[in-house]
Design a protein. Structure first.
Lengths: 247, 247
């Protein structure tokens, strides 16, 4: 199937067709999962509140799957939402991918499916990848909760990166607040809410059949290595040229 | 419960107690999940083969959960393993956390549970965090499959980072092989297998009650920000001092 090699494969840019594309088949490995449209604002409020219970990654997952447990039932009831607390701080505090981004990718890929399940499932990875790009380019947080836990103004910063360390670090530098401060915690709760808001907007468009891909970062193809878009931030002027396949 | 604030909270180093620690309670949110000890070598061989079907993150998950589907049944049968293909290339090709590391963290945290579920569950995040440290410090890949798909020697490199971009980039630089080359693909399949091998060793020790934590990186406490350990690699000599909480 040519379609299977389409946008999903292109977005990863690193892998050809799987050699054995047959699903091994647990009961939840049939895609797409049933989805009913959700309210982005309500979802964001849930993510904000859930951040204070399960932190960024699990809060984004809970904000969507929690509602779908009520409205749909399975397979959302059997998804172990709270197990994803470890996404906090960019995976157990290591500052890698922001947990909100990881949570959003889990949601979009679980609902729509992985690219190996066929061309109908490619939007799962695409919506996830687009989230990383939007997160990197947007002054965050954009969502203001109805009843914020911190009255202090929370300034917005642009991370230019999907990584927790870079995103939180730039915000801490601009705001002067420490990692352990209530203001930093509330900033991250609002970032999770902002991500949940956009995620549901995109899922609703996908459900309506009107989803249009806005982001276009295909690193394997574009730069010959899995990568973010902010090369000079670490490499400065000395960006290495990756080895390329011999023609 | 003081225990809930122990090692798990410390490892994240960024968050206090959740405000509502009560589980909301899907059927799979009871921890630990039933675990029977697995053979590390056999698990690594499965991960190596599965890489060519579902790529790094899902391969690590499949290597463990696939066996537990057979030996235990639920909740492993209902876990959507193939949905995690998107972890490839460090989340949809963006080069963030290596999918093998993400997959290992999902496995250890789903089996043992999240720290908010109580002190008995803290080893989930600790085994996951230790994987990031081991991965960063070990010349990889260490696992040699019985029937390698590439006869070429696969050199080992030390990433000093849990990120896909850094790990793959250093290997590509040292080996001269491109991202799209069969050699690079086989290297990553062997890395996934290496991670699966160590993961099962640690899970078996945990099951036996003999697991001893070997890694000790608590970035929020150690450096005041979520972070890896290779500060100078991006910051060179200009490592910023994060704002600290006022006493």
């Amino acid at each position: 199937m040519v379609g299977t090699l389409g946008a999903g494969a292109a977005i990863a840019g690193i892998s050809g067709m799987p050699s054995e594309a047959e699903a091994k088949g647990g009961p939840t490995e049939k895609w797409p999962w049933p989805y009913v449209k959700l309210d982005p604002g309500k979802t964001a409020e849930i993510a904000y509140a859930e951040w204070y219970r399960v932190f960024c990654g699990a809060a984004v997952i809970s904000s969507v799957f929690g509602q779908l447990r009520e409205k749909v039932g399975e397979p959302y009831r059997s998804f172990p939402i709270d197990g994803y607390v470890f996404l906090e701080g960019g995976v157990a505090g290591w500052g890698t991918v922001c947990g909100s981004n990881a949570g959003a990718n889990i949601v979009s890929n679980m609902i729509i499916g992985p690219r190996i399940a066929g061309p109908d499932c490619e939007h799962g990875a695409i919506i996830g990848s687009e989230m990383l790009e939007w997160y990197s380019e947007t002054p965050l947080p954009v969502f203001m909760p109805g009843q914020p836990r911190q009255a202090t103004a929370i300034i917005q910063t642009i991370s230019r990166s999907p990584l927790c360390h870079v995103s939180v670090g730039k915000w801490m530098k601009a705001s002067g607040y420490a990692l352990a401060s209530p203001e930093r915690r509330d900033r991250c709760a609002r970032v999770a809410a902002s991500v949940a808001f956009k995620l549901v907007q995109d899922l609703n468009s996908w459900k309506d059949g009107t989803y249009v891909r806005k982001a276009n970062w295909i690193p394997g193809k574009d730069v010959g290595i899995t990568a973010q878009q902010n090369c000079t931030e670490c490499h400065e002027t000395k960006i290495p040229t990756p080895p390329m396949v011999k023609k």
